[in-house]
Ligand binder design. Structure first.
Ligand code: ADP
Length: 599
């Protein structure tokens, strides 16, 4: 089946639709989004059998299968108004630079001790990272004398490899077994509570974040915001919480059928605390929901299924973006300029009764697709089943897509999502680290999973509180012999994210005049589009730390764009009032649950 032209039209349902001037995508985008039934390879044997369950809501991925081969393939969760700004430009410039690199990939890659590095050489994790300013700048002399920042990595779990590389690149001091004296930074693999005895320094997890990002709580938080700002919070599929809202869901499906008998909507059911696609299934009838797991009611979210995702090479894919929440008060958000895209391994067809259980067609999880015979491990960033986001953007740009607009919509989505989470997070924070008592400060890297629809609207699938930072994958080097080999694509993206997060959290830098965040970028018009300008990027002071290392791979988006989003912080102000008047009053301490009820 040949590719066919798909007209990319402005999506007036997006949060950014208010500013049509910015939607300039009118060219024909030749991406195949056609059904590809005739190309479908036979379903590999490890796909859960569809026999007898077609349309009967079989989990697309069972726990056992998800765990069988890919011990380390935990890519999803290891235990996930118009204002003139430079954001899109800066990021698409990053894409441009990156693309030059892609074009010259073969030249730039240096094979070294089995590890493919780009533009840098590394031996057994000992980085000889290029530091061009080391020799000439007196500032760096001073830095060499500085006491190294100390990092407790004893609880780092699966992110350890990337963390070790980052610490070495920074010439900081790692404490793999912990330390009796306090460290500057504590790196936890799961949650804030991995170590409850920290009274100073900084921890890489916020209390309550893991709870907040479970599917039900995330849906609730985004629904509250959707009720207040329906136009702004339309990037998350309509969701119902099960079993509580089963009747409403059922009535909704009946209503849809009554209004259009021919329309076949599909819904996706996701267990509340599931990850890596476990227990997920697609349905078309409310009666197909499995309300019980054994004798227990199964907590889940049922959600509208995005039937027409953007396809590349006929395959569905999603985007994993890394987002740093540097602080809650005042809120500081950074987005990594590079992300990952994870591809399905079976050509996509819109859901029908026969393909509902085809896991490799509908779910983009790495941990599932890596089990398919069609999965392609690639050292290149622009081919294979896992690619960099910039390589995908490059591909889209070559088809005429306005990638600055895509980026700006993605950034809006990220900021709005974090704004939705912050109020309840503050209540958690205050409950765990009461003001006046000694405690650490917190920051956290989140993994945003985003789908692009056929007409390029970003849709939020989920946010991972604990995104996989693994940089190796398991490979069968001889029949039955599996070995961990480094994954250049993962390494390139994830090591930069961890290293630059550490740089931003460097206590010395903050003390010694780290440039204060810019307080709002551009005209103070209420609205949400972050538009991009075509001129050269403004030098973003917060991206140059003067530490002799490359420009940060993390881009500050908040408070840089505070003004566009300020009016969405209504619930945040309610949280402040709640904490002031109700949260802590004598002995009566109300926590996050009370806050949710209050809201
Ligand atoms: P998990 O935490 O188990 O990975 P996700 O919410 O990320 O759960 O869903 C798993 C996969 O299912 C996603 O990566 C995506 O490919 C697909 N998916 C999830 N929600 C939707 C949706 N509403 N529409 C289309 N595809 C979806």
């Amino acid at each position: 089946m040949s590719d066919h032209a798909v007209k990319v039209e402005p999506d007036h349902t997006t949060a950014s639709s208010g500013d049509k001037d910015n939607v300039v995508v009118t060219e024909e985008l030749v991406l195949d989004t056609s059904p590809a039934a005739s190309l479908s390879p036979p379903v590999p044997s490890c796909v859960p059998s569809a026999a007898g369950v077609q349309g009967s809501a079989t989990p697309l991925a069972s726990k056992d299968k998800a765990r069988s081969r890919s011990k380390m393939g935990r890519d999803d969760r290891s235990t996930e108004g118009k204002v003139n700004t430079d954001i899109g430009y800066a990021i698409s410039t990053h894409v441009g630079k990156h693309l030059n690199r892609l074009r010259g990939e073969k030249v730039l890659q240096i094979k070294c001790a089995g590890r493919v590095m780009q533009g840098k050489q590394e031996t057994n994790g000992n980085s000889t990272h290029h530091r061009p300013r080391d020799r000439h700048e007196p500032g760096n002399k001073h830095q060499r004398k500085k006491k190294p920042v100390t990092v407790d990595t004893s609880k780092a779990k699966t992110s350890l490899e990337a963390l070790k590389m980052s610490i070495k690149q920074l010439k900081w001091k790692e404490f793999p077994l912990g330390r009796r004296a306090a460290c500057d930074i504590y790196w936890h693999g799961t949650s804030f509570h991995d170590n409850d005895h920290i009274v100073s320094g900084q921890v890489n997890k916020f209390p309550g974040m893991m709870e907040m990002l479970k599917k039900i709580n995330l849906s609730r938080a985004l629904r509250t915001m959707h009720e207040l700002f329906p136009e702004e919070y339309n990037f998350y599929p309509r969701s119902w919480i099960l079993p509580d809202e089963y009747q409403q869901f059922s009535a909704q499906i009946r209503g849809l059928k009554d209004s259009d008998a021919a329309a076949h909507r599909t819904f996706i059911v996701k267990p509340d605390s599931g990850s890596q696609g476990e227990g997920i299934y697609l349905i078309r009838e409310a009666s197909e929901v499995r309300l019980a797991a054994g004798s227990q009611a199964r907590q889940a979210v049922v959600q509208e299924y995005v039937q027409r995702p953007l396809l590349i090479d006929k395959l569905k894919f999603d985007i994993r973006l890394y987002v740093l929440v540097k602080a809650l008060e005042p809120l500081q958000i950074y987005i990594a300029k590079e992300g990952l895209t994870r591809f399905c391994t079976e050509p996509y067809q819109e859901p029908n009764q026969k393909n509902l259980s085809h896991v490799f067609m509908h779910l983009t999880n790495y941990s599932l697709n890596v089990q398919s015979d069609n999965f392609v491990h690639s050292d290149s960033q622009s081919t294979g089943s896992k690619r960099t986001f910039s390589s995908v953007l490059y591909r889209l740009a070559s088809k005429g897509v306005d990638i600055k607009k895509v980026w700006s919509d993605v950034i809006s989505l990220v900021i709005k999502t974090v704004i939705a989470l912050v109020p309840e997070l503050k209540v958690h924070y205050q409950a765990d680290i009461p003001p006046g008592k000694p405690g650490p400060t917190c920051f956290q890297i989140l993994g945003f999973d985003i789908l692009l629809t056929k007409n390029l609207k970003p849709v939020l699938l989920e946010v991972n509180s604990n995104p996989s930072m693994r940089i190796e994958h398991e490979q069968e080097v001889a029949p039955g012999v599996f070995e961990y080999v480094s994954s250049p694509v993962d390494e390139d993206v994830k090591v930069c994210v961890i290293r630059d997060t550490l740089r931003l959290m460097d206590p010395g830098l903050n003390k010694h005049g780290h440039p204060p965040p810019a307080g709002g970028g551009g005209a103070a018009q209420q609205g949400t589009v972050i538009t991009t300008k075509a001129g050269p990027p403004d030098k973003a002071p917060e991206e140059e730390l003067g530490d002799g290392l490359p420009t940060l791979c993390l881009k500050q988006v908040y408070p840089k764009y505070t003004k566009q989003f300020q009016y969405l912080c209504l619930v945040d102000r309610i949280a402040t009032l709640f904490l002031r008047f109700l949260g802590i009053k004598g002995n009566m301490r109300l926590g996050p649950t009370a806050f949710r009820t209050f809201i």
